[in-house]
Design a protein around this ligand. Structure first.
Ligand code: GLN
Length: 547
């Protein structure tokens, strides 16, 4: 349903400290508006200078989220999709880097007709163009501004949204500010001063927020709520309490109880008395809180020092748990550990082993050993992207008679059963890449179709002949090794439609051993868990019953 001729815009800023969960807050509001039947888009405006997060280390910035149309984006877009079910697009994430590159490219072309190119108006115009672009019949467009108010690099974005509201009219734009109310133990009080300062900072750039979302570990006493309203020029009912929760999927329900969506609708003069149906969210929360059992999954990876590096993966495993009514305990293991003798004992007692996506040679021998352990001990194994490649190298070395099997990602020594892709088919076109090109934005990115073999396990799991999954890789199993690898027990049960690129391998002689060249975790949602994760956790539950 689309209710309006043009979307209403909601801008979400953050103050006091970072990591307040602005992404979850925006997503939860998106979920509430969706539950009320509105059509939404969510966008992220990131003030950093990278053109996109694709070249950033996952241990610094967290996971790189990939969209269907092949953009490498901020992980918050993953939250947006998981909470709203609306697939994100290339046009939903912009950075200062991208804005400045487009402005500078225009300047070089002479498009500014001799003008002095400046932050105001040229950069701010480019930001406003981005906010308006690629919208059709959405009722609401929610734009989250990355970083914290007061950051130097965020200023052009705040200036742009200030101008935007003047142009579009106050009735069409709402500012929401997410802040922190720290609890000072010695005083036994929640402190409002940092929030007052943060709002003052926003006011100094011409932005008066209408709704404050106050993150807090304690309930906000009525007196404090009034005080915040008074000092920050906000109606007390628009000072919304955002308490810490035990599961993020409880956030929409909790925010609704605090009247968040109601105040948003009231601001826009829309009917707010009818209640949205939040039963599906309540069911998920109940299942997450009261599971009937538990399983432990070992994740053998390289970026285990920052769990945000595997955000979608952790969520997809939780969704698999919700679907099977079990708690999924995650044991994060640095694959390098397995390069020492005896270290595999860390895998004793786990009910499933997952080797996720990754880059570079460090830690790969450990991942290969983990794949071998899972194969030999008949423990469910899920190899995702790099994890599939490692399982293939393991089979080639230990069962296929190619002891030097390797990937060309690790240099030229050995026999490359995994090779660099320099061309592949996208739609009707051939995509080509030079072998020594730029790193940024040049992988095989985004959704590609894959044909499933009829009598395979994955065919049973997906209940489909053809699937579409998102990719992010440069290397690929070399199809010319198919015969050798099939003799080594790995069935090539999913291929690109032209039959050239192996997309899925599985082991028919194993209870659950599947490697996929794509990232299924990116498409899993709490209200629609991904079938591979549901099936993997089901296999882990089965494994747990056997031991
Ligand atoms: N490094 C591997 C490649 O580029 C795997 C990438 C990944 O796991 N996303 O093919």
């Amino acid at each position: 349903m689309s209710n309006f001729s043009s979307p209403r815009f909601i801008f979400i800023t953050g103050g006091v400290v970072s990591s307040l969960g602005k992404g979850i807050a925006s997503s939860a509001l998106g979920a509430l508006l969706r539950a009320r039947g509105y059509k939404v888009r969510l966008r992220k405006l990131d003030p950093y200078l990278n053109v996109d997060p694709g070249t950033m280390s996952p241990t610094q910035h967290g996971e790189v989220y990939v969209t269907d149309d092949g953009a490498e984006t901020d992980l918050d877009l993953g939250h947006y999709e998981r909470f709203t079910g609306v697939p994100s697009r290339q046009s939903d994430n912009v950075t200062s880097g991208k804005i400045y590159s487009s402005v500078i490219a225009k300047e070089r072309r002479g498009d500014y007709l001799g003008a002095t190119v400046q932050v105001i108006p040229h950069v701010t115009d480019a930001i406003k163009d981005f906010i308006r672009a690629d919208l059709t019949d959405e009722d609401f467009c929610l734009c989250e501004i990355g970083g914290t108010v007061g950051d130097i690099e965020g200023l052009p974005f705040l200036e742009a949204i200030r101008q935007f509201r003047n142009e579009m009219g106050h009735e069409n734009c709402l500012f929401i500010h997410v802040t922190l109310l720290p609890f000072i133990k010695s005083a036994g009080e929640l402190k409002t001063k940092p929030t007052q300062h943060s709002v003052r900072e926003l006011l100094s750039v011409g932005i008066q927020p209408e709704i404050l979302l106050c993150r807090s570990e304690r309930s906000i006493p009525e007196g404090e709520r009034k005080k915040i309203g008074l000092f920050c020029n906000i109606k007390p009912e628009c000072v919304i309490e955002a308490l810490d929760v035990d599961t993020i999927y409880d956030v929409p329900v909790k925010y609704h109880e605090q009247g968040f969506d109601e105040q948003v609708l009231r601001y826009f003069g829309l009917p707010a008395t009818e209640k949205p149906d939040l039963t599906p969210w309540k069911k998920i929360v109940q299942r997450a809180r009261e599971p009937e059992g538990e399983v432990t999954i070992a994740i053998v990876g390289k970026y285990t020092s920052l769990l945000d590096s595997y955000k979608s993966l952790a969520e997809a495993l939780a969704h698999g748990g919700i679907a099977n009514n079990v708690r999924v305990n995650l044991s994060w293991l640095d694959s390098q550990v397995f390069e020492k003798d005896g270290a595999l004992s860390a895998l004793d007692g786990v009910n499933g082993i997952l080797v996720p996506g990754g880059f570079g040679e460090r830690g790969t021998e450990g991942k290969i050993r983990a794949a071998q352990f899972a194969r030999e001990q008949k423990i469910p194994y899920f190899g995702i992207c790099f994890g599939m490649q490692m399982a293939v190298i393991e089979a080639a070395r230990n069962l296929g008679g190619i002891p030097t099997a390797t990937s060309s990602e690790f240099g030229s020594a050995g026999e490359a059963v995994i090779g660099l892709m320099t061309e592949w088919v996208k739609g009707n076109q051939l995509e080509t890449r030079p072998s020594n090109g730029d790193l940024g934005g040049t992988m095989r990115l985004g959704a590609y179709p894959c044909a499933l073999q009829k009598d395979s396990k994955v065919h049973q799991i997906y209940r489909a002949d053809r699937i579409n999954e998102r990719h992010r890789h440069r290397y690929e199993v070399n199809i010319t090794y198919r015969d050798i690898l099939e003799k080594a027990g790995l069935r090539f049960c999913g291929l690109s439609p032209d039959g050239q690129l192996p997309e899925i391998v599985e082991r028919p002689d194993h209870p659950w051993f599947i490697g996929v060249q794509f990232h299924p975790e990116l498409k899993s949602q709490p209200l629609a868990p991904h079938p591979l994760f549901t099936s993997f956790i089901e296999a882990a539950v089965h494994q747990a019953r056997l031991v």
